[in-house]
Ligand binder design. Structure first.
Ligand SMILES: Cc1cc2nc3c(=O)[nH]c(=O)nc-3n(C[C@H](O)[C@H](O)[C@H](O)COP(=O)(O)OP(=O)(O)OC[C@H]3O[C@@H](n4cnc5c(N)ncnc54)[C@H](O)[C@@H]3O)c2cc1C
Length: 462
């Protein structure tokens, strides 16, 4: 590590990685520090007992292909492949979709008997939404306008988005529309080779562009002098820089990395009122070497809950989960099968458990997941030789996100993320705020937006 860089990027999630690459390509000297021993943040993977598990690779919108090509290079875009079989099994319907506008429209007409003009009007309204629109209409009101009382249709349109980011019917329709519109345009995609392959490629690209990476390095404090950022304290060591881009929790970035004393009372109060997003639980099932499971779909949205209910999706008593099934084709040359079950969750339901309670609650998660998979793969217990579970506490521990938030903050956090440099000149935040700037695509794109701001800031200073 040198004693001086133009920029220190704090955090190697997709926002931080993409910002670092963009700034290095613009000719800036960049140090990227990550507290964990591995890059990726929430978009990571882990090895256990001969298995490899992807944590957050269930699917992303087609826009990620374009972003990867533009900000990382065409060899990244070439790895992006479509997730073709997305299944929905719940008490209201049972169907399979490729999750694109044409197929969704067909399903709405044929399965749900919605008139073609209404379906078209709905998709046109989604396509015309933009961030600067009216933000007072809720998603509930939006659905009510097009599909009054049709809770089965609401579930079809909303449940996958809620699984992905915890949003509810009470949030601004615009935040739903943008995410849904992104996903719906051309289906759901994944990265051939898995998260490990992508992160390895990113490391190589960053090295080629001159980014220095320090793993196991915690940023403790941003050093401010003369009203602007002059450096950052890393594992107790001061490193000089002109700007810091923090990819960590917005709350910790503002209140700890900068410090409340650096913020106006109005900004600090406003940020305290921002709601963190909900978190997740996951169950990882590794299939024995040499064993196979039949094709049961790539993504299976399974629920026993009678209707769509965002609160029930987060409840400790689990009635809904998404299964991502990883067949050997995702990692060419391997013969590995794995299943990852994901559930929405609230940190409060996991915090404060005794070690025994925590262990038995995790065991129950695994049992529940196995019982449900049994419906699709009879005898699954004989085929599985490794199981484990992650909870909101796990996500908090590995990424530092307050309450293990999967998407940082709710919608209102974006303003505070964008306004941080006006509070502490030279300190920027990227990644995981609101629904729009989260997920693989949102985080990577926000990394670029913020990198451009940093570049402008540095240019005006010179
Ligand atoms: C279970 C789960 C499933 C998901 N599935 C999908 C999916 O299928 N598709 C999709 O698009 N999205 C998915 N997501 C969401 C997506 O993974 C995230 O929105 C995205 O990866 C967040 O990127 P980020 O840039 O905000 O950084 P983060 O991933 O939040 O990473 C921040 C990094 O900063 C580091 N850091 C924080 N503070 C410091 C510090 N002081 N010093 C040094 N390092 C620090 C952390 O250790 C971390 O590595 C999922 C998320 C979860 C949890």
């Amino acid at each position: 590590m040198k004693s001086r860089y133009d920029i220190v990027v704090v955090g190697g999630g997709l926002g931080g990685l993409t910002a670092a690459n963009r700034l290095a390509r613009a000719g800036r000297s960049v140090l990227l520090v990550e507290q964990h021993t591995q890059l990726g943040g929430l978009a990571t993977y882990f090895h256990r007992k001969g298995h490899i598990f992807d944590v957050a690779l269930h699917g992303f919108p087609v826009g990620m292909k374009k972003s990867l090509r533009k900000y990382w290079g065409s060899r990244f875009a070439e790895q992006v492949i479509q997730v073709k079989s997305i299944r929905f099994h719940n008490p209201q319907y049972r169907l399979e979709s490729t999750f694109d506008t044409a197929d969704f429209s067909r399903k709405m007409e044929e399965e749900f008997k919605i008139p073609r003009e209404t379906v078209r009007a709905f998709f046109a309204a989604v396509a015309n939404m933009n961030y600067y629109d009216d933000q007072t209409m809720t998603t509930r009101e939006f659905f009510q306008k097009f599909f009054p009382g049709r809770t089965d249709v609401w579930r079809f349109l909303m449940e996958p988005i809620t699984y992905a980011n915890g949003s509810t019917l009470n949030e601004p329709a615009i935040s739903y529309g943008i995410v849904f519109g992104n996903f719906m345009s051309e289906g759901v995609y994944t990265f051939l080779g898995g998260t490990d392959r992508m992160l390895q490629m990113m490391r190589e690209e960053l090295a080629n562009n001159g980014v220095e990476i320090a793993l196991g390095t915690q940023a403790e404090k941003v050093l401010v002098d003369g009203g602007r950022v002059r450096g950052v304290l890393l594992n107790g060591q001061a490193v000089s820089c002109e700007a810091v881009v923090s990819n960590g929790s917005l709350f910790l970035t503002a209140f700890e990395l900068a410090g409340t004393e650096m913020l106006s009372a109005e900004y600090a109060e406003g940020l305290k009122a921002v709601r963190p997003s909900t978190s997740s639980c996951q169950v990882y099932l590794g299939i024995k070497k040499g064993e196979k499971i039949p094709f049961i779909g790539d993504l299976v949205f399974h629920s026993t809950h009678p209707v769509f209910d965002a609160d029930a999706l987060c409840a400790p008593k689990i009635s809904s989960r998404t299964f991502s099934v990883y067949y050997p084709e995702i990692r060419p040359g391997s013969d590995e099968y794995a299943i990852v079950a994901s559930m929405n969750a609230r940190f409060q339901n996991w915090d404060g458990l005794t070690p025994e309670q925590y262990r038995s609650a995790k065991d129950a998660l695994v049992e529940d997941a196995l019982n449900t998979v049994e419906e699709y793969v009879p005898g699954i217990r004989r085929l599985v030789d490794y199981t484990c579970a992650a909870t909101p506490r796990t996500f908090q521990r590995y990424t530092g996100h307050v309450n293990g938030a999967t998407f940082g903050t709710k919608f209102e956090g974006l303003r505070f993320s964008q306004e941080l440099p006006s509070q502490v000149p030279g300190l920027f935040h990227t990644g995981s705020v609101g629904i729009i700037m989260s997920g693989w695509l949102g985080a990577a794109n926000y990394g670029v937006i913020v990198a451009n701001e940093v570049d402008k800031y540095l240019s005006t200073r010179q």
